[in-house]
Write a protein of this length. Structure first.
Length: 237
């Protein structure tokens, strides 16, 4: 089984290889989830010639750590960067669900809270939210965000802390209309601030889209979008 040595212990990741793949998706699961929950999704990606790599968040799955405390966003970004460093050459697509989506945005320094929702002190904010990009804008071909919590969706407002998302990075946001953990209104507002984001809404669906009755349609939509990214047909500003 594949592991790498992280700053807080051994980290496990899972890979579903695809011969002659057109792209690789790096998947960051949500809180309480791990790579073993994504076999079904990986099969859909494989049918689209997309290879899947998924990280076990610290303390989840086979990764070492405290399952009750996955770490700070800075630590989560550091773990994701290690997976990024050993992944295949581009085209790479970063995907995150819930906490994983916050981590994905944080890799670009773009996971800031709305004004008044985060720490009021600038130093405390910088400790809680990485405000500078950890990867180059051209390191990814696209990004997929699922069930993003409101606390990470302040980016794009005038004079907001952090770093704006790269304008030329295609982004797909998938969200359940009945999501109670991360209500959809916040991501709707956030999408309006970012021309490169394509929001797909799923009626009668909640927070964990890839494990709900709509999972097959969501996975197929993501696969189609990823294929479009690779050939340059995905939404761009």
């Amino acid at each position: 089984m594949p592991f790498f040595d992280g700053a807080r212990g051994r980290m496990h990741y899972r890979r579903w290889p695809v011969e002659n793949s057109v792209a690789t998706v790096l998947l960051l699961p949500g809180m309480g989830q791990h790579s073993g929950h994504y076999h079904r999704f990986a099969r859909t990606m494989k049918a689209a010639d997309i290879e899947t790599w998924a990280l076990d968040t610290s303390g989840q799955g086979l990764s070492e750590g405290d399952h009750r405390n996955p770490g700070t966003l800075a630590e989560l970004v550091a773990d994701a960067l290690m997976l990024f460093d050993i992944a295949p050459q581009p085209p790479l697509i970063l995907m995150g669900h819930s906490l994983g989506a916050v981590t994905a945005l944080s890799m670009f320094g773009a996971a800031e809270p709305e004004s008044g929702d985060g720490p009021s002190d600038a130093t405390a904010l910088a400790r809680s939210y990485p405000l500078r990009p950890a990867i180059a804008a051209d390191a990814l071909t696209g990004m997929v965000l699922s069930g993003v919590p409101k606390r990470a969706l302040g980016g794009g407002t005038p004079n907001a802390a952090g770093t704006p998302l790269p304008r030329n990075l295609p982004i797909l946001a998938v969200h359940g209309v009945e999501d109670r953990r991360a209500p959809i209104d916040a991501v709707r507002v956030w999408t309006q601030r970012h021309e490169s984001v394509d929001l797909r809404e799923y009626a009668d669906a909640g927070h964990d889209l890839l494990h709900e009755p709509v999972h097959a349609r969501v996975a197929a939509d993501i696969a189609d979008w990823m294929q479009g990214v690779v050939v340059g047909l995905a939404r761009r500003p």
